[in-house]
Ligand binder design. Structure first.
Ligand code: CP
Length: 329
């Protein structure tokens, strides 16, 4: 068990080693058990977390805020539009000043080419840990909750279990690519065989895919890419975990109208019972939410017996509390 977390940032999924992620999960399960038993666990009594949002949220905001309260501290919700950032507060002001007021700075900034840079710039001037509540490249706390959920459903030894990370159609907006990128980076380290599927215009960042492939090589697991226009169902074959969600075509275009036109070519990339039928009978269906119901995934699958989306959402709370308790104490 590795225990050297105090004061550390979590911005990218590989910032913590596999052994450190295992420690995080052990702490998360302990906190989950304590909450179920009603046992108080005020590891961060009188500590405060700044929660700076440049983008909307249901789960992330609520779970960080509730998590800080359950740890005996306080999560301060800060909507960026109500700050003086647009009037001149730079990343240096945020890092220096929030780092003096708070015991940790959590940030959600998903703007393409800006978000991750912003977090790293704040981290470079903050004396306190910076936690990534989702940027344009990574969503590491979602991924920790995902890993926790997969281990709860499939056992702790995930070697040779197949996870499909598939693009799905959405009509609402061009969603960030951070979730699939985090999942393909983390799961190979735990021995999972990854199949990444998307229509040709929707690849992920090549440097992230290369890092994920290297993690798979080191772990001795498989990493397969299916990038044909009709590859969704094929990718589900014999899957233990189906993780299918939409993301924008950032590698092809950042123009929203062109992106929407590309997205609309693939309306048949919906997760339905027919596609799920080629996965293993006990395959779990995962989505970080919010989902475009009956567009990305049918209600039959989303609300069906193989869906674990609410356990995933719950585990955000426990995984985040574990990281906060380890880094902010
Ligand atoms: N999955 C997730 O991050 O949800 P929110 O966008 O609601 O925070």
């Amino acid at each position: 068990m590795q225990t050297d977390f105090r004061g550390r940032d979590l911005i990218g999924d590989l910032d913590f080693t596999k052994e450190e992620v295992e420690t995080v999960l052990e702490v998360a399960w302990d906190l989950k058990k304590k909450r179920a038993l009603g046992q108080l666990h005020p590891y961060l009594r009188d500590k405060a977390l700044a929660m700076l949002f440049f983008f909307s949220s249901t789960r992330t905001r609520s779970s960080f805020e509730a998590g800080m309260a359950q740890l005996g501290g306080h999560g301060a919700f800060i909507d960026s539009t109500t700050t003086q950032i647009s009037h001149g507060d730079t990343t240096r002001e945020i890092g220096e000043i929030f780092g003096r007021y708070f015991d940790g700075i959590a940030i959600r900034h998903c703007d393409w080419k800006d978000g991750n840079r912003y977090l790293n710039d704040v981290a470079s001037t903050s004396r306190m840990p910076v936690l990534n509540m989702q940027c344009d490249i990574y969503h590491p706390f979602q991924c920790l909750a995902d890993l926790m959920t997969i281990q709860e459903k499939k056992g702790k030894d995930l070697r040779k279990k197949k996870i499909v990370v598939s693009w799905a159609y959405a009509a609402s907006y061009l969603k960030p690519i951070s979730v699939p990128q985090s999942v393909i980076l983390q799961m190979p380290r735990f021995g999972m065989d990854v199949t990444l599927a998307y229509p040709p215009e929707f690849p992920l960042m090549p440097e992230i895919v290369a890092q994920a492939q290297e993690q798979a090589r080191l772990a001795g697991s498989k990493f397969e890419i299916i990038d044909t226009a009709d590859g969704m169902k094929e990718s589900f074959k014999d899957a233990d975990v189906v993780y299918a969600k939409s993301w924008g075509p950032m590698m092809t275009t950042t123009d929203p109208e062109e992106g929407k036109r590309l997205q609309d070519k693939y309306k048949d990339w919906i997760v339905d019972q027919d596609k799920m039928s080629v996965a293993k009978p006990d395959a779990i269906y995962m989505h970080p939410l919010p989902a475009d119901r009956d567009v990305e995934v049918t209600s039959e699958v989303l609300d069906g017996p193989n869906s674990v989306v609410f356990d995933q959402a719950e585990n955000r709370l426990h995984a985040q509390k574990a990281v906060m308790a380890l880094t902010m104490n």
